[in-house]
Write a protein that binds this ligand. Sequence first.
Ligand code: AHM
Ligand code: MG
Length: 343
Amino acid sequence: MPLVKTSRLITIERHIVEQGAMHPDATGEFSRLLRDLTLAIRILARDVRRSGLNDILGLTDSTNVHGERVKRLDIHANEVIFRAMDHGGHLCVMASEESEDLIHIPDEYSKGKYVLVFDPLDGSSNIDVNVSIGTIFSIYKRLDPSLTTPGTEADCLQPGFKQVAAGYAMYGSSTQLVYSTGRGVDVFTFDPTIGEFLLTFENIRIPKRGRIYSVNSGNSHKWAEPVRSYVRHLLQPSDDGLRPYSLRYVGTMVADIHRTLHYGGIFMYPADTTAPNGKLRLVYEVNPMAFLVEQAGGKAITGTQRVLDVQPEALHQRVPCFMGSVDDVEEYEHFLSMNGSTT
Ligand code: AHM
Ligand code: MG
């Protein structure tokens, strides 16, 4: 049974504080960081809910009721997260999918020991059509323990196994926040009537094998042979009834990984002939998701190595990824080895 639904009535704030209390040397800084981040997510949950209305309510096609220019939702999300996180004194630097360079903490605010990387609104192709989108984040400790200097690019380019926390918010039929501090994965659901995230599932475990694969099959003509033969295999009926697999692909990584965490199976964004490293970004998309998948008992690889062991070389670097149920990912690895290929 992968889902352990909790009967405890507990808010995310309380949960964060309780988890912090488990660390004898905790100063509370990390709890405050997460509290600020959940504020940003609450605001974004509200804004996403109203996103179809902004343009309609605007006096002109680019102005909202407050006389402000209506921004694209992903740019807006980037700004909301920055404004929630820049002044708390917990962070030394940030990086985002929507910002080409590092995001520094303004001079007037003190610097903290943590680093935040994020994708403010994942699933951009789905924003305008009311399909689930999300926010992905990952937190590291800064490399230089001195708190007086700004954070650096190296702080944001730490390998994924050094994450101290990672998670995502999914703005779906409800808003859920899924996160891990390295002690399993917990799921919180937002109750808009009380403005709180409530613990819904504790320590979710991804099934050892699933029956769903998730990939953009429109790219299949460009995949390497191991990926093609693996997907052909998944579609081949088997005597034990485990195959054929069903295909599910939302096109929002947050939603596809969310389903994979609950139902199992495999999510893939492989390399192809026009995208030699796939599409997804290592630092703020693939690493946080790989951390969650591993924390839920699953597996995440690039095709050549464990995702969390990759040493990032650039903020916006892409990497192929295959993640989900252990048996499914290992079956894909078997196809790789049969083909003598590692792509
Ligand atoms: P985005 O960050 O611009 O939204 O791009 C990332 C998204 C992922 O959420 C999703 O898995 C993938 O792009 C879908 O890409 P494609 O449309 O090529 O299948
Ligand atoms: Mg994204």
